[in-house]
Ligand binder design. Structure first.
Ligand code: AMP
Ligand code: MG
Length: 347
C-alpha cells in the first residue's frame, strides 16, 4: 500500500511537469504567433474585388481597420450610391466637402492642370453616356458627345479652399473613379503604419500597394497583367513601400459593330482614348498620384507620356504596353523589372 501511494505521487509529479511544459510551449507559441502572425480579408468595394493582407503583431486589428476604411471611402465617393457625398454634390450642385473629398478634389485639379486636361473628373457625364456608369453600354452620337463635352472642364469648378465649399455649374458632374483606388491604398497604407505593421500588401482590383517589405525584408513581387490573359504576365516588379497602379482599356469595355469601346475617356474628344497604348502601369510612393496619372498617361499616349515623365522623373516610373505589343520601361525601375518579353528602356 505504502509503495503504491509513493508511485502515485511520482506519477502525479511527472504529469504536472509535463502539463507545465506543454503550457509553456503553448504560451511561447502564442507570443511567437502574435509577433509573426498574419491576417487577410477579401471584400468587394469600388466595383472590384480587393484583398488586404498584413503581417506581424496586431495584423488582425490592422486588417479589420483597413476594411472599415475602404468601406468608409467607398461610401463617401461612390457615384452609384444615392447617399454618397459625391452623388449629393452632383445632384445639388453645391456643398461643403469632407476632408477626403477636398483632398481628392485638389489632387485631381492639380493633375488636370499638369496633364493639359487628360485627367478630368468632370468627364463623368461622358462616362455615363457610354454606359460605363449606371449601365447600358451604347455609342453616343457625335452631336450628343459635342453637347456633353461643353460641360467637361474641371478648371471651371468653383472651389473655396478656406470653407471647402464647391459649386458645380448646372450640367457638370464629377467622379473620382480614376483616382479613388490609389487614394484608398494610400490611406490604408498609412493606417497599417499606425498599427505598427511593417509588412502588408493591398490589392485593390489589380492596383497594388506594398507596405514596407516582405517579412524576410525582401521586396514584394508584383505581377503586371497581360491584357491578353492567355499570355504570361507583362512582367514582375520588385517594390517596397510603393503603389503599382495599372490603367488598361481591357479592364472595362464593350464591343459594337466589331469595334471595342473602353472606359478611359479622352476629355478632349469625348471618346475612348485612342493614343496607341493598351496598358499603363505607374509605380510611385504616392498612390493617389499613381492612380490619377495612370489614367492620364493612357489618355496622353506614349510620346506625350514620356515627355511628362522626363519632367517628373523623381516622382514616378512606368511600364507601357502599346498596341504593337512593344513594352516600354522607364530607367528608374530597370533593375526592379523582369519580363519574358523584350522591352525598351526609356531614359
Ligand atoms: P482607371 O482605371 O484608374 O484608369 O480609371 C478609369 C475610370 O476613371 C473610368 O471608369 C471612369 O470612371 C473614370 N475616367 C475615365 N476617363 C477619365 C479621365 N480622362 N479622367 C478622369 N477620370 C476618368
Ligand atoms: Mg487611375
Amino acid at each position: 500500500m505504502k509503495r503504491d501511494k509513493k508511485l502515485l505521487n511520482y506519477r502525479h509529479i511527472t504529469y504536472i511537469i509535463f502539463a507545465a511544459l506543454l503550457a509553456a510551449l503553448f504560451f511561447i507559441g502564442a507570443i511567437e504567433g502574435r509577433g509573426r502572425g498574419s491576417a487577410s480579408q477579401s471584400l468587394f468595394a469600388m466595383d472590384t474585388y480587393m484583398e488586404v493582407t498584413a503581417y506581424g503583431a496586431d495584423s488582425e486589428a490592422a486588417v479589420e481597420a483597413a476594411v472599415a476604411e475602404i468601406r468608409r471611402i467607398d461610401a463617401l465617393l461612390s457615384t452609384g450610391s444615392a447617399v454618397s457625398e459625391v452623388a449629393a454634390l452632383n445632384r445639388r450642385k453645391t456643398g461643403a466637402l469632407s476632408e477626403d473629398t477636398a483632398y481628392l478634389l485638389q489632387r485631381s485639379l492639380e493633375l488636370a492642370e499638369d496633364t493639359d486636361g487628360a485627367f478630368d473628373i468632370t468627364v463623368y457625364p461622358l462616362v455615363k453616356a457610354w454606359g460605363f456608369a449606371g449601365g447600358g453600354f451604347r455609342v453616343p452620337s457625335d452631336a450628343e458627345l459635342s453637347q456633353l463635352l461643353q460641360s467637361v472642364d474641371s478648371s471651371a469648378l468653383a472651389y473655396e479652399e478656406g470653407s471647402a465649399w464647391l459649386e458645380l455649374p448646372e450640367s457638370v458632374e464629377i467622379d473620382f473613379g480614376g483616382i479613388a483606388k490609389g487614394y484608398t491604398s494610400e490611406r490604408v497604407s498609412r493606417l497599417m503604419k499606425e498599427y505598427g505593421i511593417q509588412s502588408a500588401i493591398l490589392n485593390l482590383g489589380g492596383n497594388v500597394q506594398a507596405v514596407g517589405a516582405k517579412t524576410d525584408k525582401s521586396a514584394w513581387r508584383v505581377a503586371i497583367q497581360n491584357p491578353d490573359k492567355e499570355k504570361p504576365y507583362l512582367g514582375i516588379l520588385s517594390v517596397k513601400d510603393q503603389a503599382v497602379i495599372t490603367s488598361g482599356g481591357y479592364e472595362r469595355y464593350f464591343e459594337e459593330g466589331g469595334i471595342v469601346y473602353h472606359h478611359i475617356i479622352d476629355p478632349h474628344t469625348g471618346k475612348p482614348a485612342q493614343k496607341g497604348l493598351c496598358s499603363v502601369t505607374v509605380v510611385s510612393g504616392d498612390g493617389t498620384y499613381a492612380d490619377g496619372l495612370s489614367t492620364a498617361l493612357y489618355v496622353l499616349g506614349r510620346e506625350k507620356a514620356v515627355e511628362y515623365w522626363r519632367m517628373h522623373k523623381a516622382d514616378f516610373d512606368f511600364v507601357f504596353l502599346d498596341e504593337g505589343g512593344m513594352l516600354w520601361v522607364s530607367e528608374g525601375i530597370e533593375a526592379d523589372f523582369s519580363s519574358e518579353f523584350a522591352y525598351e528602356t526609356i531614359r
